[in-house]
Write a protein that binds this ligand. Structure first.
Ligand code: 9PG
Length: 489
């Protein structure tokens, strides 16, 4: 139908499959494709990245998007289907600013959708099948809150209770972790009020071969017992939908891989010095393997699972069951959830909207790093998803609207003044944003901190100041105003 929709007094021409239904805060539209004609011209557009690491910000519609052609590595932080698009667009939702600073938002109420914008239209489209949409116009925070609420009603809400305080090995040691190093840190962490001690990438034999490598001679179960005895919940990193060519899994089960129409395995990004590939979790044997893996690591004692690189489950390809790709992804996540009903699941490198209602926590940023900018990557590849404190902060900041329906993880903060080029002010910004989300993570080992830094870490872990959002970039945190305006694009 072609008609008009009334959004809080703003009457916009609309194209949709049926007449708009008025709901509190806006209207519900339906159809595979919906188009709103808007009067705002070349205004600012809220671009919502597909997965955790994808850049998310308000940008100027007058700028041209930079198409990303494979094999540029940035494609793994973007939805490969849209990475080279010449049109500004984002995953699931998009929003535009009016001249008075109000916001017009169009957001899918289901998974597998995209919203694009130009000077005249805001257009939503589901990749396959139909679906419904929320459209609203008004004060920015209120409109995003209403959208989050409706998404929560449709996809489910998670993250009740306080978000966890996590010590994670990645941002100090990368893959160079070993049983003795971690055991020492565990001892040094005694008395610090962390909830979780999380072993990150580096414990496994290979991506796909989820057994302890030789640097963990006592095995992962013994380590979990030590973590537990130290008073923390054992946490473990897994990339359960990803496979490296060098793994036994890759050579033993070529039929488990997601393939393209020509039968070639679908590349799932480049990391650890090689291309990686994706499992087809709609294959019943793969699903059974996944259940077995998740039960096995819980049997070792791990109760907090960081599920990483899981966009691999939503890549385009030919699947055993011909489901839309985000539907296939969501089913894989449900399979994991059913195998770990009581574990804390953190989704990372995860398609954001398609993960809602299933995992407890969701990484909402690219990787933080002990430096501010990733200049070469921005310059050479127009890539703002590379590890850098600024990239992590900016994308997290623009996804805070998800807080009512999931624990949002803005990635780690730093207390150390060694092994970093971050200024005290930059470190403070990271910590402030973590306090706003309540999700507190660091990789600093106490041995790298001086006495004052250890005290600051302790105070941070114990703090839960009231948070009040003043506008897009300003917050009241306890008795301070925190201003992130310098991160605006
Ligand atoms: C472990 C890390 C940490 C980190 C995750 C993830 O090549 N890449 O594009 C790329 C992106 C992200 C990334 C690593 C590589 O980091 O976000 O917290 O767990 O994996 O390997």
């Amino acid at each position: 139908m072609n008609g008009l929709v009334n959004l809080s007094g703003l009457h916009l021409p609309v194209q949709a499959a049926a007449s708009p239904q008025a709901v509190s805060g806006g209207a519900v539209l339906s159809g595979r494709e919906v188009i709103l004609a808007h009067p705002f011209g070349l205004t600012r557009f809220y671009r919502h990245g597909w997965q955790s690491w994808s850049p998310t910000t308000w940008l100027d519609l007058a700028t041209s998007p930079v198409p990303i052609e494979p094999p540029i590595r940035r494609t793994q932080a973007e939805d490969p289907v849209h990475a080279a698009s010449p049109v500004h667009g984002g995953s699931a939702l998009g929003a535009l600013e009016s001249a008075e600073g109000r916001v017009l938002l169009l957001g899918a109420l289901g998974i597998g959708a995209r919203v694009e914008a130009d000077r005249e239209t805001l257009r939503g489209c589901y990749e396959e099948g139909g679906g419904t949409w929320f459209a609203g116009f008004g004060e920015e925070q209120a409109i995003f809150r209403r959208y989050a609420e409706m998404l929560g009603e449709r996809l489910g809400r998670r993250g009740a209770g306080a978000p966890p305080r996590v010590w994670c090995s990645w941002y100090s040691f990368n893959q160079q972790i070993a049983e003795d190093v971690l055991t020492e840190i565990l001892e040094d962490l005694q008395g610090f009020p962390f909830d979780v001690f999380q072993v990150d990438d580096g414990w496994q034999v290979d991506i796909g071969d989820w057994e302890a490598n030789t640097r963990f001679p006592s095995g992962m179960e013994t380590l979990a017992h030590r973590i537990q005895a130290g008073g923390f919940t054992p946490g473990l990193w897994l990339a359960p939908l990803l496979v490296r060519r060098t793994s036994r899994l890759f050579s033993d089960h070529p039929d488990w891989l997601l393939r393209d129409h020509e039968g070639r395995p679908v590349p799932a990004g480049f990391n650890w010095g090689d291309f990686t590939y994706a499992l087809d979790a709609t294959h019943p044997t793969v699903a059974a393997w996944l259940i077995d893996l998740i039960r096995r690591v819980q049997g070792w004692g791990y109760r907090y699972l960081k599920l990483d690189f899981i966009y691999a489950g939503a890549l385009p390809g030919v699947r055993r069951a011909p489901l839309p790709r985000e539907e296939a992804y969501r089913r894989a996540l449900v399979t994991i959830r059913d195998a770990a009903p009581d574990a804390y699941l953190l989704a990372c490198g995860a398609p954001v909207v398609a993960s809602l209602g299933i995992t407890d926590g969701l990484r909402i940023s690219p990787d933080c790093a002990p430096f501010w900018e990733n200049e070469s990557r921005v310059r050479d590849r127009h890539d703002e998803s590379g590890p850098a404190a600024k990239n992590a902060l900016r994308t997290s900041l623009h996804r805070l609207w998800l807080r009512p329906i999931v624990h949002v993880d803005p990635d780690v903060v730093y207390f150390r003044s060694r092994h970093t080029s971050l200024t005290p002010a930059q470190r403070l910004s990271l910590r402030d944003l973590a306090l706003i989300t309540g999700f507190k993570g660091t990789s600093d080992p106490p041995a790298w901190l001086d006495r004052e830094e250890r005290a600051a870490l302790r105070a941070f872990l114990e703090a839960s100041p009231p948070v009040d959002q003043l506008d897009r970039y300003r917050f009241v945190l306890g008795n301070r105003v925190v201003d992130f305006r310098s991160l605006a694009t």
